[in-house]
Design a protein around this ligand. Sequence first.
Ligand code: NFE
Ligand code: MG
Length: 573
Amino acid sequence: MNQRVVVDPITRIEGHLRIEAQMGEDNTIQSAYSSGTSVRGLELILRGRDPRDAWVFAQRICGVCTLVHGMASVRAVEDALDYDIPPNAQLIRNLMIGAQYIHDHVMHFYHLHALDWVDVVSALNADPKATAELAQSISSHPNSSPGYFSDTQNKLKKFVESGQLGIFSQGYWGHPEYRLPAEANLLAVSHYLEALAWQREVAKLHAIFGGKNPHPNFVVGGVPCPIDLNSDSALNSKKLSEVSKLIDLMQTFVEHVYVPDTLAIASFYKDWFKKGEGLGNFMTYGDFPISGLNGQNDLLIPAGVILNRDLSTVHPLDLNDPEQVQEFVAHAWYDYSVGKDQGLHPYDGETNLNYTGPTPPYKQLEVEKEYSWCKSPRWRNHSVEVGPLARMLMLVATGNEAAKELVNSTLSRLELPVDALYSTMGRTAARTLETKLIADMMQAWFRQLSTNIKNGDTKTFNDRLWDPSTWPKTAKGVGFMEAPRGGLGHWIVIEDGKISNYQAVVPSTWNSGPRDAQGVPGAYEAALQGHPLHDAKQPLEILRTIHSFDPCIACAIHLHDADGEENILQIQA
Ligand code: NFE
Ligand code: MG
């Protein structure tokens, strides 16, 4: 029998993910299996609660995409109860989501993904002067002197000499698939450290609008920050000018550090624009209302589905249609009252856990049976990829000029064909490009907010339906958004003023889910098929492709057991 390569846990992600790769000929992955191995709980504890409180619980699904489950939750209640949001609230929400993208994507690139491409230990061999020349040739970022880089090198030297690499321990350092020159490695390590300090600053934007970060505050019907330019406790002139400075800080780092570093690193790994292609099906739920500010039709990132890489046809997405969005559990540790092979739309969704796997610790997953705590969501039975690549493709397919320009100029700089986008490095580059696009949009949203305030519009909250006696006896709604990792939806059913069902289908469930009843793999599983491994004992290539999706398994698995216990079963090999 051919070898099975197991990576468990996959590190530098959020949550617990196990990958098993069944090797075929020529050290190539024949088939891969993705397993979410820990179980937490939140969907069921929302039942019976006041829908206006749901966001507080739902937001605890994840502390990485710290804001998005609060946002999806209030949007679900607003959809169900038909709340209108004032324009300023919508702009502030856009700014908060935008800040989440920028914070999250930069951190992902430097702190979770970069070390798949950057050999930290090799940076010790770099010439600081040559590194400064390299830095100055790709960017006007001010921290680019030889002294700056020799300082980084000295810090790194201390780590290595102490024998304790700390945050850099346990890498596959020296693996022959690392291809950057020592100077590029030193540059990237310097920016890894710089990004740590930068992210601490930019997190403040959420705190200004939402009181804190992580997990800023929300309110159904708007945002919980009143605007009064002359009040100490409200969003005043001083706080608005701080927001403006933070947006500049974000934009500058994205333009001067993140974008040039992505291009520089990608230029050494052009073969990775041909690996990790995946499903070729993409979906966006849509986000960032641009005018009208309440509608679902006028979004910066449109909703839709692209099948088989065909950008000429965008299939319309209706999240309320039970024929379109369904979750399957054929290969997941759950039961459905309708039977294991049926799909359920989230309004009728069920979370009945049923662990049938081997007793841990075990050697191999039982991939013919159930093997994950992730469900398998499908769009009209298609397995689809969500996330930055899906969004950039959707923007290009629907004619967004800024996105087209960013994609075309990047492909031409790297001398790559359009098909290069469908790859591990394409996914990573798409994340960088959308960050640039969103950073530019944040300036526009902030200008609009300032203009509204100048014109006397300070409304941020709508209390029209805050009285539950005015609600319909039964109501249901879906709150959707584009979280950093892709389309996120919360479906809520309200009866007699209380939540009767609540289901979240999140980006990392779409991407990390196991095979469905037809045996069709999820996005991670498909992307790993056909991957050559240089050395099965150091499967760096698996990390590269899995990290290109930026997994968050805390988001992907969020059920709750009947006794209210969390972490009832955690399996770690
Ligand atoms: Ni926990 Fe999340 C994002 C959501 S999961 S990080 O982005 O929703 O894919
Ligand atoms: Mg769910």
